[in-house]
Design a binder for this molecule. Sequence first.
Ligand SMILES: [Zn+2]
Ligand SMILES: [Zn+2]
Length: 203
Amino acid sequence: MRRREFLAIDLHVHTKFSGDSSITPKELVDQLYAHPFIKGVAITDHDTIKGFEEVIKLAKAYEDIIIIPGIEISVGNSHLIILGIEECPKYPASIESVIDFTKQRNGIVVIPHPYREFGLGEASEDIEADAIEVLNPHATQEENKKADDLARKLNLPSVAGSDAHSLREMLHAYTKVEANQEVDEVLKTIQEGRVKVASIKWW
Ligand SMILES: [Zn+2]
Ligand SMILES: [Zn+2]
């Protein structure tokens, strides 16, 4: 089999363990397995790791898909995504405590939808994040454009994810990562900025 030049990963997916999503772990794994080229997702449930734990059990049966552990943390009225982490930080969480928690465990911090509802907005500029989500189908094109400008201004890698809460939203935005199918390598590659964002028309 020809080695892929990059992995295509949807870096922002919610399972039913988020409470506001209808995606079951089994449906998620089936849809990912069936997709012609997107072969990875990051599970980023709101403030829980349970969805990841269920998905990873099912995904073990398939060789060519990759599941990245993650959490979308509620910090006050905003969201912060941590990847590569399989436990929740203590709540109530502050931005600083989440960043320390993540770095201590060799995870990475992504600022999701900075200019949409629950985005960090201008506060994003003062955070030691590893990447910025610049393509989120639930944000407007203008909000995504502002996020992209912010990533350039801060010289941070840009990533994308569908922020799916239902199956039909899944895999509409994804990140091309120049990495092999290993979680640590994927995270390191994102940090190094060897990534490109892409989307499948959703509007
Ligand atoms: Zn969010
Ligand atoms: Zn989300």
